[in-house]
Design a protein around this ligand. Structure first.
Ligand code: FE2
Ligand code: FE2
Length: 315
């Protein structure tokens, strides 16, 4: 149980982390504070209760809610669980925008405290999507292609995962195998959490040193995920999604990347080209993107059948 302080002075703001609205109802084991007009933090709810118990259903939710950064990691499983329950309801209600927002919130919350063990339950989230959208490939495609105002590694990962699941549905794969591959899509870029955000979001040409840093993300992510129990596909996709079968990729330049590495690799390219990642160029439409990737496939970068199946999974 975390140590509870009734009030914290404004000077402690560096220790606090702002809580987003959907998450706030899920916190149970850690205290929540609200920031007064004077900037101090006052205890709003104690550990061992939900905010709803404290506020009742009538009271309005105060703005500016915070938790202590040091408490956050402990609460991640309960946030994952709470948002997952909402996810099930939103999928049933066919609210694709809400579904996308919820998955992004779950992933963002999980990525905010990067501990490998906390990433494992994301498989439940992917499984929820697999089961909820079973037989509805068009919903997965809508999920992947729905634009959001802030394009980020999280949104990119959610999109890649949805496209991977669309591919799995097209191939008629079993739910368990689909969930493993979907999780691979969700976690493939987790190594970027360890690359300076300034470099990742830079709207300019990177220096050779910065470029090298970015190219470390597959190895960084792979090393990080090894601390927990993941299906082999997840580790392979993380390490190998920038490898190409002509040996021209990185980090190792292997010409024999695993299936998961190849699948996430081609979908990663497709997603990056069809979204306005980095904002310095226009997003491409699906067809010209597939033309471009087809050329790469003909040049020996991607496996022919895999590329073909992915292209057909979009139809
Ligand atoms: Fe990557
Ligand atoms: Fe990626």
């Amino acid at each position: 149980m975390p140590k509870v302080e009734q009030a914290l002075p404004a000077e402690r703001s560096g220790d606090m982390s702002r809580v987003k609205k959907p998450q706030v109802w899920c916190y149970y084991s850690i205290p929540i504070y609200w920031r007064t007009a004077g900037g101090d933090f006052v205890l709003l709810k104690e550990p061992g209760e939900f905010l709803r118990d404290r506020l009742g259903s009538e009271m309005e939710l105060p703005e500016d809610l915070f938790v202590l950064k040091r408490d956050k990691a402990e609460a991640i499983p309960e946030v994952q669980e709470g948002l997952n329950a909402e996810l099930i309801a939103s999928i049933a209600g066919d609210d694709v925008a809400r579904v996308k927002g919820l998955i992004a919130d779950i992933v963002e919350e999980t990525f905010s405290e990067p501990r490998a063990a906390n990433m494992v339950p994301l498989k439940n989230t992917v499984k929820t999507v697999v089961t909820g959208y079973a037989g509805r490939r068009e919903a997965l495609r809508r999920l992947a292609m729905m634009g959001t105002k802030d394009y980020s590694t999280v949104i990119h990962s959610v999109n890649v995962s949805a496209l991977v699941l669309g591919y799995c549905a097209h191939r008629g794969m079993e739910p368990e195998a689909s969930a493993d591959l979907g999780l691979s899509g969700l976690l493939h870029d987790v190594g970027k959490l360890f690359v300076d955000n300034e470099i990742l979001t830079a709207q300019r040409k990177l220096t050779p040193e910065e470029f090298e840093k970015v190219r470390e993300h597959p190895s960084l992510g792979h090393r990080f995920l090894q601390d927990a129990e993941f299906p082999p596909e997840v580790l392979e996709a993380c390490l190998q999604h920038h490898e190409r079968i002509d040996g021209g990729g990185y980090p190792k330049g292997t010409s024999l990347p695993s299936f998961a590495g190849q699948l996430v690799g081609v979908i990663d390219c497709y997603e990056a080209l069809t979204s306005d990642e980095r904002h310095y160029r226009e997003a491409l439409d699906p067809l010209p993107t597939l033309e471009l990737l087809k050329k790469e496939m003909q040049d020996g970068k991607f496996e022919r059948q895999l590329f073909k199946d992915f292209a057909y999974s979009l139809v």
